[in-house]
Design a protein around this ligand. Structure first.
Ligand SMILES: C[S@@+](CC[C@H](N)C(=O)[O-])C[C@H]1O[C@@H](n2cnc3c(N)ncnc32)[C@H](O)[C@@H]1O
Length: 270
């Protein structure tokens, strides 16, 4: 059983390093870590946390965040966003980025890849024959190395690719057996997966036209949430679009982003 002090120690570490608030998630933390401790031969949570804290870049710390993050996602999630992209955002972006043909899109909590791959398919479909003459690669980042490995492998169950339009399934996936399908190289090379912790300073040199930050801020306390939002604002092109989860919202007084419609925001400018 996890003690009060051990639980507090883990909550504090995860909040300080990853922004994630687990203070109300005692059952989740205890349950998920217990298996890990048993498998890896630790006598207590404190023993394990001593290792984690001694080396925040080490295997134990990587495992901790891999175990404690919640990575639920699926293809075409919140599909109104992809309709809005096609109808409004991409026509704008095509003009905006037309000079250099360099469209910069970031899926900032990409989990196992369903969101950035959906975006990449939409882009290839939207640009059609012109796609060859554009750079529309999607940057996909997440703090968990486990989900990024899954995303890079690009193997999904038949049911998981179910929500995709049949012509996308046919064009972008190859069947590997009864149950599983794999993303074809043509699509894989359109997404760049990198590990990135949203708590860190942003290393990006160029500004983004479009950012998807969906269903991750729910884990952050309010002050952390608006710090991340401000960093994103500072790294976007004027007029750029931000998509957040459809159950999330930004308080008008706390952000410079302009509200467009529920879960869609825009940086000032054009
Ligand atoms: C529920 S998933 C959302 C996936 C996708 N955006 C969607 O809406 O379907 C949340 C993801 O946020 C990631 N995450 C949590 N804290 C993070 C942080 N500090 N930096 C980067 N990613 C983080 C988790 O690892 C997880 O994969």
């Amino acid at each position: 059983m996890i003690t009060d002090n051990e639980f507090k120690r883990i909550v504090l570490y995860v909040k300080n390093n990853y922004g994630i608030d687990l203070s109300q998630k005692r059952v989740l933390v205890g349950g998920r870590l217990e298996n890990y401790l048993v498998r890896n031969g630790y006598a207590s949570y404190d023993d394990y946390m001593a290792k984690v804290e001694a080396n925040p870049k080490g295997t134990e710390a990587t495992d901790l965040i891999n175990v404690l993050t919640t990575n639920h996602t699926y293809f075409m999630r919140e599909s109104t966003h992809f309709d809005y992209m096609r109808r409004v955002v991409l026509p704008w972006a095509k003009t905006k980025a037309g000079k250099d043909r360099d469209l910069r899109i970031w899926s900032a909590a990409s989990s196992t890849g369903e969101e950035p791959y959906t975006l990449a398919m939409l882009l290839m479909d939207y640009f059609g024959l012109e796609h060859k003459t554009w750079d529309t690669k999607v940057l996909a980042t997440d703090v968990s190395t486990r989900v990024l490995e899954h995303a890079t492998r690009g193997i999904y169950l038949k049911e998981e690719i179910g929500p995709l339009p049949p012509k996308w399934k046919q064009r972008f996936f190859k069947r590997i057996n009864e149950e599983e399908y794999q993303v074809k190289d043509e699509l894989k090379k359109e997404v760049i997966f990198r590990q990135f912790n949203l708590m860190n300073p942003f290393p990006f040199r160029k500004q983004f036209h479009i950012v998807f930050l969906r269903n991750v801020m729910i884990y952050f306390p309010d002050d952390t949430k608006y710090q991340v939002i401000q960093k994103i604002y500072d790294h976007m092109e004027p007029g750029g679009y931000l998509f957040i989860g459809t159950t999330e919202s930004l308080n008008r007084g706390k952000t410079q982003f302009q509200y467009i419609e529920p879960s869609i925001y825009r940086k000032q400018g054009n």
